[in-house]
Design a protein around this ligand. Structure first.
Ligand SMILES: *Cc1c(COP(=O)(O)O)cnc(C)c1O
Length: 412
């Protein structure tokens, strides 16, 4: 049986229900909880990640490489799984670089991006032989100095801050003034200056936004991205061999949101490849995705410790909350708080339904996992699951806030 989904949930085709319990990775939630031995925990389902990638590969031309942006979920077991299924890993820190290398990614398939890279980060990347997406002239200077003194000629791509945005995206990462990348209009001069360095120029990284569910916006941004890269390439002293065109594919979180329609992207990708083959014949096109690949594969599970009724409103007070899952509480960049899909995981339908709010143990009204949702009537000891929690959960939360224990994490 496929999952429940009422009007109050975003669509979620991935998990099933058995004996009124949520099933993840073939196991009922009560079995998983017994195995973990404590709550709260995050559990990620490998097979969902595999199926997401299969769906995407089915519409993606062979000539477009798929990278995993590992900040979405850097758990080492997850990264190992993703390395086995994708063509490269995008990292944003020395530790992420180490995790990617330990997971078996080849250095030439790893790229390091992020503003304000330290000298030691840049040196580590140079030594490891990974590609650096430089975000300023300073980073170029440091890498060139290192090349002069050590002979290590780092492969670099220029991260470009485009002069357009990814429209209708949850988070805009390009266009206008930004701390990311080098403004497109300054790139021609930077490329001319690069010719006198000892660095190996390989191409561009143009990332304009995240969490987008609208194919037309994605098509528009990627088309502009390729055109910008073609324009900029005219100023380069060598061919573009590496062109990371970003990604930003979103997943539905909130009522009314729909799954991104891949089929309407298929033709676009084909024409992008054709255009690129003609204009930048040596370029390897790369898309980088985090959330889209792992977000739906994970859930966060906590236990009801108390059931309280305050002036007629039901509160399920759990052992989990904002400190473990900032995004579900609505405090990770959301403008208007909406409920993530939440269920009572060990009684999906239950005998009776009720309107309840799910809160955590923190002394702040922000510690809210579900605000007046229709749920199965729950008791102390029941398990609450927050779906769509495989990305930007554990590591994007203030785990030390109020000093409660950290959640466990497992991959099944
Ligand atoms: C965060 C980030 C990503 C991943 O974004 P998702 O929304 O998780 O796909 C990709 N590329 C860059 C440069 C990023 O900063």
């Amino acid at each position: 049986m496929s999952i429940f989904i009422s009007a109050q949930h975003a669509p979620h085709p991935w998990f099933s229900v058995k004996d009124d319990e949520l099933v993840v990775g073939g196991h009922k939630i009560s079995q998983i909880a017994a195995e973990v031995g404590r709550t709260p925990f995050y559990v990620y389902d490998k097979s969902v990640m595999t199926r997401k990638i299969e769906q995407l590969r089915a519409i993606l031309p062979k000539d477009i490489a798929l990278n995993y942006a590992m900040k979405a979920n850097p758990m080492s077991a997850v990264v190992r799984h993703m390395v086995s299924l994708t063509d490269g890993v995008d990292v944003a820190s020395t530790q992420e670089m180490d995790v990617a290398l330990d997971a078996g990614a080849h250095p030439q398939d790893i790229s390091l991006a992020g503003p304000g890279k330290t000298e030691s980060e840049l040196h580590r990347a140079a030594v490891a032989g990974i590609t650096v997406h430089v975000e300023s002239e300073r980073e170029i200077r440091i890498l060139n100095q290192y090349a002069k003194t050590t002979g290590r000629k780092t492969r670099i791509a220029i991260r470009v801050n485009p002069d357009f945005e990814l429209k209708a995206s949850g988070m805009k990462m390009g266009g206008g003034p930004k701390q990311f990348g080098i403004d497109a209009e300054r790139v021609p001069q930077v490329l001319r200056d690069l010719a006198t360095t000892q660095l190996e120029f390989c191409g561009f990284h143009i990332y304009s936004g995240s969490q987008n569910l609208r194919p037309d916006s994605i098509i528009e941004a990627q088309t502009k991205t390729l055109n910008l890269a073609i324009e900029l390439a005219k100023h380069a002293s060598g061919p573009v061999t590496h062109l990371n065109i970003g990604g930003g594919f979103g997943i539905p979180y909130f009522p009314g949101e729909q799954i991104l329609d891949l089929i309407s992207l298929q033709e676009h990708f084909q024409s992008l490849v054709t255009h690129a083959r003609h204009a930048l014949p040596q370029a390897r096109l790369i898309i980088e995705l985090g959330r889209y690949l792992v977000g739906e594969a994970g859930i966060y599970v906590c236990k009801v410790n108390d059931r309280k009724i305050s002036r007629g409103q039901v509160y399920l007070v759990t052992d989990g909350g904002l400190h473990h899952h900032l995004a579900a509480s609505g405090n990770f960049g959301q403008v208007i708080r909406k409920n993530y899909p939440v269920v009572i995981a060990n009684r999906i339908q239950g005998n009776k339904r009720e309107i309840a709010s799910v809160v955590g143990p923190l002394c702040t009204p922000l510690d809210l996992l579900a605000d007046r949702m229709e749920l199965a009537e729950a008791e102390e000891g029941d398990l609450v699951a927050v779906l769509q929690s495989g990305a930007y959960g554990f590591t994007a939360s203030p785990l030390k806030f109020l000093s409660h224990p950290e959640p466990a994490e497992l991959l099944v």
